[in-house]
Design a binder for this molecule. Structure first.
Ligand code: SR1
Ligand code: MG
Length: 407
């Protein structure tokens, strides 16, 4: 019997003791250093390190309630994350952290420490350039999404997988935070920047045509089990260093629309564009940075599309999936979903309860209000016109237009 035979919420000292008992790389260690480094809303994240050998590990520890104490989610998200990370590591080697151990009793996922990487969102806010980003993210999505498509995977296995990775509590968060609250404006469930109060009322809360399109997208999220998606692919789920990208945090994974992943990437890059456009001084550096961001958005979409088609055609097993034109038709539906989801993500991170620092950190009130308006206008164009989006440049053109309307 050990103290880790029954779940309890660990503190730093517990995490050090846990690592020593559970993980072979620490079995003979002397003193271990442990620090809780989580800054999200949901889990507890410990880094445990042996100062002598330099060995270190990240332990992601779930409690039944969220870290913020606002919801009870149970523990299954921890299992889903462990299994999905291993699967993603098989499909897309080098693009996710290595999993060392999953412990269902303590709800602990022990994995590679990526301390030499930094969170992409904060680097984009510092206006840093990462030359490999579009290539790596498009690679990650194509390699992880294609294998679980209906026309690729054995249909019986696919349906077993849909059962195994149904993720009700985490999907419920998305259904509320992304697909509902930014439109119903229930008390306490939106956070509108005061200078934009009347703008949000007119453009979001009272726009019935917008609500209808969001309702259609919500239904697709709830029912369109296209592939095993990451489910939360924002720029806080991406770790980067100059020539490396790692995708983390797939606890929201489930079988859903592929456009939910690509749309999250596009939407979050648009926040970086909005931030840079109002915070950087006019000049060559700003022009270069915005051009790189636009190129990254466009290339992520276009490279994903090309890799998706190649990957699909190489791995399709269903005879009907081989019909000429099927892959291209399916891709066109992914592009429309991508535009819709990019818009939803941009709206919910601007007026919803889980906001992004790309916008909230803008100190000058007028600049922040302007950045938020351009984000919302582009987002609405994506949602309302989603059937017309086919290529990367379609996305960046809309954003530039929205930026100029309220410049
Ligand atoms: C209660 S969790 C808030 C948000 O953080 C996660 O990363 C998801 O995006 C979720 O919507
Ligand atoms: Mg997360």
């Amino acid at each position: 019997m050990t103290k880790f035979d029954r779940h309890f919420r660990m503190n730093e000292a517990d995490a050090a003791e846990y690592a020593r008992q559970r993980l072979p790389q620490f079995a003979n260690s002397g003193r271990l250093e442990a620090a809780e480094i989580g800054d999200g809303n949901i889990n507890f994240i410990f880094r445990v390190r042996d100062p002598e050998s330099g060995a270190s590990v990240i332990i992601k520890h779930a409690d039944a309630d969220t870290r913020s104490g606002t919801r009870t989610l149970g523990f299954d998200r921890n299992r889903i994350e462990a299994e999905i990370l291993k699967m993603e590591g098989d499909y897309a080697p080098g693009l996710v952290p290595l999993v060392y151990d999953y412990d269902p009793v303590m709800a602990c996922l022990s994995m590679e420490d990526l301390s030499d990487h930094v969170i992409l969102r904060y680097e984009l806010m510092r206006h840093k350039i990462f030359p490999r980003l579009a290539e790596d993210i498009s690679d990650f999505m194509a390699k992880t999404l294609v294998p679980t498509l209906d026309m690729v995977m054995d249909p019986v296995r696919k349906k077993e997988m849909v059962k195994r990775y149904t993720n009700p509590p985490l999907c419920a968060i998305t259904e509320q935070l992304v697909y509902t609250e930014p439109y119903t404006n229930a008390p306490g469930r939106t956070k509108v920047f005061p200078p934009n109060a009347s703008f949000a009322e007119a453009e979001l809360f009272s726009d019935q045509k917008l609500h209808l399109e969001v309702a259609k997208l919500k239904y697709a999220f709830m029912n369109d089990a296209q592939a095993l998606i990451h489910g939360d692919l924002h720029s806080g789920s991406l770790f980067v260093k100059e020539n490396s990208t790692k995708v983390i945090d797939p606890e929201f994974a489930f079988f859903g629309p592929i456009g939910y992943d690509l749309g999250n990437v596009v939407g979050n890059f648009c926040f970086a564009w909005a931030n840079a456009s109002v915070t950087m001084k006019e000049g060559a550096e700003k022009a270069r940075y915005l051009a790189w961001l636009e190129e990254t958005i466009a290339a992520t979409v276009d490279r994903f599309a090309a890799k998706f088609l190649t990957g699909f055609k190489a791995s399709v097993t269903d005879p009907m999936g081989r019909c000429p034109g099927y892959a291209e038709w399916f891709l066109s539906t992914i592009m429309a979903d991508t535009a819709g989801v990019a818009g939803l993500e941009m709206i919910r991170r601007t007026v919803g309860v889980a906001q992004v620092k790309d916008l909230t950190s803008i100190e000058d009130a007028e600049s922040r209000a302007k950045a938020e308006r351009m984000v919302v206008l582009a987002a609405k164009a994506y949602i309302m016109g989603r059937e017309g989006y086919r290529q990367g440049r379609d996305f960046t053109r809309t954003f530039r237009e929205a930026a100029s309307i309220r410049a």
